[in-house]
Design a protein around this ligand. Structure first.
Ligand code: B12
Ligand code: SF4
Ligand code: SF4
Length: 367
């Protein structure tokens, strides 16, 4: 019987090392591996969260419970979940008193599109290591509990703001997963380094972090400015506490001490379009639908739609300022469905390599 070709690792540990190296070669900044076992306690908490109504109008979160609980429903015979992180931080900062702020993740092109390429490349490299491999891959594109897989895989810990973070690169990174039949060595979960810190809870303008590690989306600026239909007006206690955010919100991450070690991406596609980290609300309310389409083509902001961005901008303006000529339609159109899967496709160009990490100091001055 012939053995593996010389360049294909033939032990589980060498295959695992090769997969991790492949993730870095494809441009990811962090990688962890979990066994593809059912998520039991995590799913129970997820359902408690839904039962409390914390998902608001995001009814798509009620679907796909079987897939969230067990990735073997998605990939029969799944053995491993490879979780990757890709930073999106850039050198730009929001001016301190700016209003009309755009959240950092949305400054450039849509990460679902940008990261589909390196994730496809990673899957292709895994396939070269194990030609019999079956897989599915996701970047916020399906009913997969990505943060919980990131925790299981040791990629990071879940902070009290509920995002995943790491000591070497902070939290400004996206997550992606490859669920596969490949037999790989799992990593140990990472210790929680939040300690006694409560900076994110204290700073949240709308008090959306209702207990440590738990966000009530119905109180979160990100939910209101991104996920609600354009014809829904903000409740007064949200509107009056928007803290200048036009689309999304970065406050809980901006105040996190671990983001002193944030790592800048060199991926041009994530840099702010037109150099803008904020837009004047007065300008947004007068933006024509055609201008909106061209300004936000291939941007995550298209999710809010023209009418949604105008609604967000109006909420930032005082009642007097709102009497600007704006005549904007508020007709809601179809929602994007996050249950769409990224279909495995042919590998494309490798993603741009990223700059090396800033040195992460020991945690003496940190929580
Ligand atoms: C729905 C959703 C939202 C909702 C709900 C937010 C939320 N906290 O889940 C809204 C619209 C508000 C939102 C906002 C944002 N989002 Co979002 N979102 C998602 C999505 C699609 C699903 C997340 C989900 O399943 N939430 C359900 C709740 C129940 O999960 P959970 O918060 O992890 O809850 C767990 C904890 O509370 C835990 N728990 C309870 N008690 C305790 C106690 C301890 C000790 C511990 C450890 C845990 C714990 O149990 C729960 C279940 O396991 C994911 C993509 C995906 N498919 O996973 C992206 C995702 C989470 N979002 C992301 C981002 C970037 C954001 C924003 C930063 C965008 C912005 N700048 O505006 C904000 C952050 C707001 C915040 N503080 O959470 C990234 C996060 C990357 C990262 N590094 O973690 C993801 C992973 C997308 C991606 N692929 O990169 N998002
Ligand atoms: S994103 Fe903003 S509103 Fe939402 S939990 Fe974080 S600080 Fe609060
Ligand atoms: S701000 Fe503090 S409590 Fe919140 S995630 Fe960062 S370290 Fe944890």
């Amino acid at each position: 019987m012939s053995g593996s070709p010389a360049n294909i690792p033939n032990t589980r540990s060498s295959r695992t090392a090769a997969v991790k190296q492949a993730a870095f070669d494809c441009g990811f900044d962090a990688v962890g591996i979990a066994l593809a076992e059912p998520l039991t306690s995590e799913v129970q908490r997820f359902h408690e969260w839904l039962d409390r109504g914390y998902h608001g109008t995001m009814s798509w979160m009620e679907r796909g419970a079987d897939k969230r609980a067990d990735v073997a429903v998605i990939v029969p015979e799944a053995r491993s979940v490879v979780v990757v992180g890709h930073t999106y931080d850039t050198a730009e900062r929001h001016p301190p008193e700016a209003t009309g702020k755009l959240s950092r993740y949305a400054w450039g092109d849509d990460y679902h599109d940008v990261l589909a390429v390196p994730l496809a490349n990673l899957a292709e490299k895994m396939k070269q290591l194990d030609p019999t491999m079956e897989h599915r891959r996701y970047i916020d594109t399906g009913p997969v509990l990505e943060k919980q897989w990131a925790v299981r895989s040791g990629l990071g810990w879940q902070g009290k703001h509920s995002n995943i973070l790491r000591r070497d690169i902070g939290s400004f990174f996206f997550l992606g997963v490859v669920i596969s039949t490949m037999d790989l060595d799992p990593d140990e979960p990472m210790a929680d380094h939040c300690g006694t810190c409560t900076a994110c809870i204290d700073a949240c303008p709308t008090k959306a972090i209702v207990e440590p590690y738990v966000v009530d989306a119905r109180r979160c600026i990100s939910y209101w400015t991104i996920e609600t239909k354009p014809d829904v007006e903000f409740p007064e206690d949200i509107r009056s506490n928007l803290d200048g955010w036009l689309y999304g919100c970065d406050v809980c991450q901006d105040v996190c001490p671990w983001n002193r070690f944030r790592k800048e991406t060199t991926v041009e596609a994530f840099r702010p379009r037109y150099g803008q980290t904020f837009m004047k609300a007065e300008d947004v309310v007068t933006l024509q639908p055609s201008e909106f389409s061209s300004r936000f083509r291939h941007s995550p902001i298209k999710r809010a739609k023209h009418a949604g961005m105008v609604r967000n901008a109006r909420a930032l303006l005082s009642p007097q300022q709102q009497h600007l000529p704006c005549n904007t339609p508020t007709s809601p159109s179809l929602d994007l469905d996050r249950q769409d899967l990224l279909q495995p496709s042919t590998p494309a160009e490798l993603g741009s390599p990223l700059s090396s990490s800033k040195e992460a100091n020991p945690e003496d001055s940190l929580p």
